[in-house]
Design a protein around this ligand. Structure first.
Ligand SMILES: Nc1nc2c(ncn2[C@@H]2O[C@H](COP(=O)(O)OP(=O)(O)OP(=O)(O)O)[C@@H](O)[C@H]2O)c(=O)[nH]1
Ligand SMILES: [Mg+2]
Length: 176
């Protein structure tokens, strides 16, 4: 019997410079670049993988920091199956404004959208400004999973997408 194929849209959101593009680039191409170029406009990345014997095609979008200031609906969220909110563990502000990102996600996709919070730049632990414990208590109050990642070393990058896909499969929409 032919296996069903799934196509999921995933968006990464968060403040400028936290590493959204770098996480995607690491995941899709297995590379890392030190140079920072702010993302302008929309680029869609795609990757196929198998999760728990299911064929999945991911379309991955990034919503940049400037999008936060657009009120109401943001068309980029439309049809998203899952979200990664990213902050930078060396940048306190990127953590402090997470409420804004959570409410933007919620107003566009509802409360129950599969979601993971990523504390990125784990490799820069010496400059850490946000303690793991703080982030964990923040996420437990929102009922979401927290992972620390590094686009530079690759730590938890595959796991981030894998866990999110598993959450999508166990969400009411796909209900397995
Ligand atoms: N050391 C380290 N640097 C990182 C990591 N992730 C991203 N960076 C660096 O941080 C800077 C910003 O990364 P981007 O991936 O462009 O950030 P972004 O979130 O896409 O930023 P915008 O597109 O402006 O919203 C770049 O110089 C990256 O090289 C990481 O895990 N570790
Ligand atoms: Mg970017």
């Amino acid at each position: 019997m032919a296996e069903r194929e799934y196509t999921f849209k995933i968006v990464l959101v968060g403040e400028p410079g936290v590493g959204k593009t770098s996480i995607i680039r690491r995941y899709i191409h297995g590379i890392f670049e030190e140079n920072y170029r702010a993302s302008v406009g929309t680029r869609i990345f795609s990757r196929e993988l198998v999760v728990d014997n299911k064929h999945v095609t991911l379309s991955i979008f990034e919503i940049g920091g400037q999008e936060k200031f657009r009120f109401g609906e943001n068309v980029l969220y439309k049809g998203s199956d899952g979200v990664v909110i990213v902050f930078d563990i060396t940048n306190e502000n990127s953590f402090q404004v997470l409420d804004d990102w959570f409410s933007q996600v919620e107003s566009n996709l509802g409360e129950d959208v599969p979601l993971i919070l990523a504390g990125n730049k784990y490799d820069l632990g010496g400059s850490r400004r946000v303690q793991r414990q703080e982030a964990l208590s923040y996420t437990s109050s929102h009922g979401v999973e927290y992972l620390e990642s590094s686009a530079k070393t690759g730590k938890n990058v595959i796991k981030l997408f894998y866990s999110l896909i598993q959450k999508i499969f166990s969400s009411p929409k796909y209900g397995s």
